[in-house]
Design a protein around this ligand. Structure first.
Ligand code: G3I
Length: 345
């Protein structure tokens, strides 16, 4: 009799499989758990340090985090060989204490580079051989520091133009296209367990960019360079159509054996906010999560900031904003409810 009771207790105690969860999850963490993915947010470190309500919502809702700016080159190595890790460390420590996985953003980019580097390249005091050594040392130092603490790195960010050509940057100009494979190899050597990604925007719909990025991936794979994932930033706007073929684009990369992630989702609108615009925004968020859940390789769904209080959009798109799941008072918007209502296909 006793073994039967124990068996019964075990069955009752076991969590119901994801598909058996009829009820709406209480928050995004539970939603993520139900669907077997990670739902994340970019984090503003000043807000994390200084705003208790921001911290509370971040740690309640999100099982994955990305540093919005704190892990970028200009933030961690403002002077050559002088590293300032405090903000990046604070994000990683907060994630450890709150059971969040971390995406490292970003090792190689054409933006937010420190002046000592861009000036040195411009005035020729840093030549190609030295630039390559500087890049290798930077990647090795940063990836090794967070070894075992970063689930995935955006190794290279935004390397393709919207017309499908390769983006001109100090890296391409002075090191040639091989810098991309080198960056993946150096990152892998520094942390063999981190998933290494190529990350870009407009990949959700831009055919030229999709084709070029697919060929970069195939080329890296042919060279044996350790690429593991593709990041779709997902900076959308309700004034534009929803990228209706996004799931198929995800599948084309998944068919190459890659993990897929939505890495920087937000859905901006022309201000002022209206109930109709919020409803369209909610629909775009719902469709983006549904697309991700429809692709088995899509493991992470990250928004680029969760509150309109801290969003890059108004600063970059004058007259636009309200792009996030929570308003500036951290009140959930219809988009938040729409996500909670997403059922597995
Ligand atoms: O740190 C300085 C501060 O010292 C100074 O007082 C202040 C005033 O100008 O500027 C601060 O730097 C700002 C930085 O964010 C940190 O807040 C820069 O001006 C500002 O341009 C920078 O914006 C970031 C932007 O990347 C830069 O390209 C946004 O916060 C960030 O959301 C955005 O994120 C990018 C992703 O990395 C890649 N994909 C697109 C995405 C949106 O552009």
């Amino acid at each position: 009799m006793k073994p039967l009771i124990i068996a019964l207790a075990l069955v009752l105690a076991a969590p119901l499989p994801a598909y058996a969860h009829p009820r709406t999850p209480r928050d995004l963490r539970q939603l993520a758990h139900q669907h077997g993915i990670k739902i994340g947010s970019a984090v503003d470190l000043a807000a994390l340090r200084g705003e208790a309500d921001y911290r509370k919502v971040l740690n309640r809702e999100f099982s994955h985090v990305t540093a919005e700016n704190a892990m970028k080159w200009e933030s961690v190595e403002p002077e050559r060989g002088v590293y300032t890790w405090a903000d990046a460390d604070a994000l990683v420590e907060n994630a450890r204490r709150n059971n969040q996985r971390v995406r490292g953003h970003t090792l190689v980019w054409h933006n937010q580079l420190p002046a000592w580097l861009t000036t040195g390249v411009e005035d020729g005091s840093i030549d190609a051989a030295e630039l390559r050594k500087i890049l290798r040392d930077h990647i090795t130092t940063q990836v090794r520091r967070y070894k075992g603490k970063i689930r995935a790195w955006d190794v290279v960010n935004e390397v393709v133009n919207d017309d499908g050509t390769m983006r001109q940057s100090i890296w391409l100009t002075h090191l040639g296209p091989g810098y991309i494979a080198d960056a993946f190899r150096w990152a892998h050597r520094a942390d063999p367990h981190a998933k290494l990604y190529i990350n870009d925007y407009n990949l959700e719909w831009n055919a030229s960019k999709i084709e070029t990025t697919l060929s970069i991936v195939k080329d890296l794979q042919a060279q044996g360079a350790p690429i593991h994932g593709i990041g779709f930033q997902g900076h959308l706007g309700i004034q534009y159509d929803y990228p209706g073929d996004w799931a198929n684009v995800m599948r084309r990369f998944a068919d190459l054996g890659l993990e897929v992630a939505v890495t920087e989702l937000d859905v901006r609108m022309e201000l002022p906010v209206t109930p109709e615009k919020l409803a369209t925004q909610a629909d775009y968020y719902r469709r983006a999560l549904t697309d991700c859940l429809g692709v088995r390789a899509c493991r992470e769904f990250t928004v680029w900031g969760f509150t309109d209080r801290h969003s890059w959009v108004p600063g970059w798109f004058p007259g636009q904003g309200a792009a996030c799941l929570f308003d500036e008072n951290l009140v959930p918007k219809p988009a938040y409810q729409a996500l909670l209502g997403v059922k597995k296909a």
